[in-house]
Design a protein around this ligand. Structure first.
Ligand code: ADP
Ligand code: MG
Length: 258
């Protein structure tokens, strides 16, 4: 029988702890993101999900532990190299964070325009091909972020993250605050972005319907640690109290429609 090839480790988080003064947020966190895998991180509000993501991308420095992206140790890596590695990641933050002074299309192609020369016509064409999948109209391309709604800004941020087909995608609550139809569009896009290019994704979410749609694996952060991990299917059989609480939030309509 053919031997199954071991999947490559894309992100490896080992023994990571983070406190703010006396507030211990994360304690000895260990997990891996494998190539081609879509990982969902769930946990109550304030459990440290965004802090974990910010540690991974170096916006926050862990108190201890190691974070490797494609075998590069990120903690204490010099700024230039870190930026180079991060340029190959697609990231969205919990709160939009678009560039206010750039038009929508310029926001979307920002990363690839940093790498290669792109004229206005090409840039708009690239941006257009991405926003079509997000249920956004072409007329927003020439607007500034302040001229579109919050839900649209969120989708533009996702378009910006996936532009250029980065192999590693990190999304912090990509569907929160959006209507269920748009949320489901975004889930499909995340799934597509991962499968099409053999990429890997970490998605932080409260939305259990999203978890079922996008994740191969789920981790729960609770009381500063990873208190449960498994597949979405295993989640439904889990006796973990917190997992059961999350499952109860799933709208039963989801099963009727999908
Ligand atoms: N820059 C910061 N300085 C101090 N405390 C912070 C900072 N960022 C987050 N925290 C605290 O860390 C905890 C976890 O926050 P966060 O990761 O944002 O939670 P969530 O799981 O909702 O994303 C909260 O208690 C929050 O107040
Ligand atoms: Mg958060």
């Amino acid at each position: 029988m053919e031997k199954k090839l071991e999947k490559k480790i894309i992100i490896k988080v080992s023994e990571v702890s983070k406190s703010f003064n006396n507030n211990v947020v994360l304690k000895d966190i260990n997990f891996q993101l494998l190539e081609g895998e879509s990982l969902a991180i769930i946990g109550e509000s304030g459990s440290g999900k965004s802090v974990l993501l910010k540690n991974i991308i170096g916006l926050l420095l862990p108190d201890k532990g190691s974070i490797q992206i494609n075998d590069n140790e990120m903690v204490h890596l010099n700024k230039k190299l870190k930026e180079k590695i991060l340029l190959d990641l697609g990231i969205t933050f919990q709160h939009g964070a678009l560039f206010d002074s750039l038009k929508v299309w310029e926001n979307i192609i920002f990363k690839i325009a940093n790498k290669e020369k792109i004229n206005t016509k090409q840039g708009k064409q690239i941006a257009l091909s991405i926003i079509e999948d997000l249920g956004l109209q072409p007329n927003i391309l020439d607007l500034y972020p302040s001229e579109i709604s919050g839900g649209m800004q969120k989708r533009v941020a996702i378009a910006r993250a996936i532009c250029g087909n980065p192999k590693i995608l990190l999304f912090d609550e990509p569907t929160s605050g959006l209507d269920p139809v748009t949320g489901s569009l975004i889930d499909k896009l995340i799934k597509k972005a991962v499968s099409r290019i053999g990429g890997s994704a970490i998605t932080i979410t409260h939305d259990m319907a999203s978890v079922c749609r996008i994740a191969d694996k789920v981790i729960l952060i609770d009381k500063q640690t990873i208190s449960w991990s498994g597949t979405p299917k295993q989640m439904f059989d889990s006796e973990n109290e917190k997992i059961q609480k999350f499952i109860k939030t799933i709208n039963s309509d989801f099963f009727l429609n999908d």
